[in-house]
Ligand binder design. Sequence first.
Ligand code: ZN
Length: 105
Amino acid sequence: MSETQKVDANYPSPKKISQINATTLGISWSDGLESSYDVKMLREKCPCANCIDEWTGEKRIQPGQIKDTIRPVNIKSVGRYAVQFYWNDGHDTGLYTHDYLRELG
Ligand SMILES: [Zn+2]
């Protein structure tokens, strides 16, 4: 796949996603911003239809449901707009848009 399109500064994308430590994930953005995320918080903020009610926007994850041992086992970029996390609790349907990740960061 060739990368011919210029990166639009208005729509920063993750340049690098790395595990800072066991519970912290870091993202280096194309505009130079460095964000860090608590992995458990990321899992709890999963925006997929299983975790957030599509109609009411209500969270379906109960407090305490996500264990402290939650870790991303794989991270995949989806198109130009989102990142998909594969979690060690078997959950992998959440697409975190770049906008959403910036908001959480
Ligand atoms: Zn989810």
